[in-house]
Design a protein around this ligand. Structure first.
Ligand SMILES: [Zn+2]
Ligand SMILES: [Zn+2]
Length: 239
């Protein structure tokens, strides 16, 4: 991999050369009062939530500046989007989203990425739902951390009747109307190798699901009416 200068790998640079673009994964979060959006790191700093612009804080020692060469503190990112996508496949990183960031301030350059002091999130890609379809919204993901709930990227089918946050609404909660999109790689399963088995879920989409559910509700109602009238018959007989 080519490097723009001859600064040794692994040593913090005192001054930035201007913001550097990087890619990483993180868990999308919403504050307990649903007023703010944020991100939770997948490795270090799992107990902290950061916003669109954030400065790294060392949890080992408050006495040095991040990133220190003898510590592992600071934000991390990859140079390449594909490396971040690869990391998202690890089972322990399920339900993460992809972030494009601008790294600034002091930083350490490695072969695959950077460790740095200041981060600005430029855009968010939702990636895939657990079912393999492109995620189009964010749903409540259950356990979070103190003050924050975790969100899961979901597709319309898997979200079902659950309330969801649209990408635009999440962007607004992050402040400044940050761009939140469907990941272009996950966007078009029809163009890829995956397709539903013949006769299974063919043509099922959100619009088709509503009449399907309505039909089921009508069926249940009819059965309830049947049971009700039989009960009435029985109680009349025993009078
Ligand atoms: Zn440190
Ligand atoms: Zn799904």
């Amino acid at each position: 991999m080519s490097r723009p200068s001859s600064w040794p790998i692994g040593r913090p640079r005192p001054r930035p050369e201007g913001p550097l673009t990087g890619y990483k994964i993180a868990y999308p979060m919403i504050s307990a009062d649903s007023r703010r959006g944020g991100f939770n790191g997948v490795a270090l700093g799992r107990t902290q939530v950061y916003g669109t612009v954030a400065d790294a804080v060392c949890i080992q020692s408050p006495r040095h500046r991040c990133p220190s060469s003898w510590c592992d503190c600071g934000f991390y990112c990859f140079h390449a989007l594909d490396d971040a996508r690869d990391l998202a496949c690890d089972p322990q990183h399920q339900h993460s989203v992809l972030l494009e960031i601008a790294a600034s301030g002091r930083y350490v350059r490695y072969e695959l990425g950077l460790r740095y002091a200041r981060q600005t999130v430029r855009s968010v890609r939702l990636g895939r739902c657990g079912c393999g379809r492109a995620a189009t919204a964010l749903a409540d993901g259950g356990p979070g951390i103190v003050g924050w709930r975790r969100l899961h990227p979901v597709c319309g089918l898997c979200a079902g009747p659950r309330p969801v946050l649209t990408p635009q609404a999440f962007g607004t909660l992050l402040g400044g109307g940050l761009r939140v999109d469907v990941d272009e790689v996950a966007d078009d399963p029809a163009a890829g190798l995956f397709a539903p088995l013949p006769g299974v879920a063919e043509g099922v989409d959100d619009a088709a699901l509503v009449p399907l559910l309505s039909a089921e509700v009508a069926l249940l109602q009819a059965r309830l009416d049947q049971v009700q009238s039989r009960l009435e018959q029985l109680t009349r007989r025993s009078d």
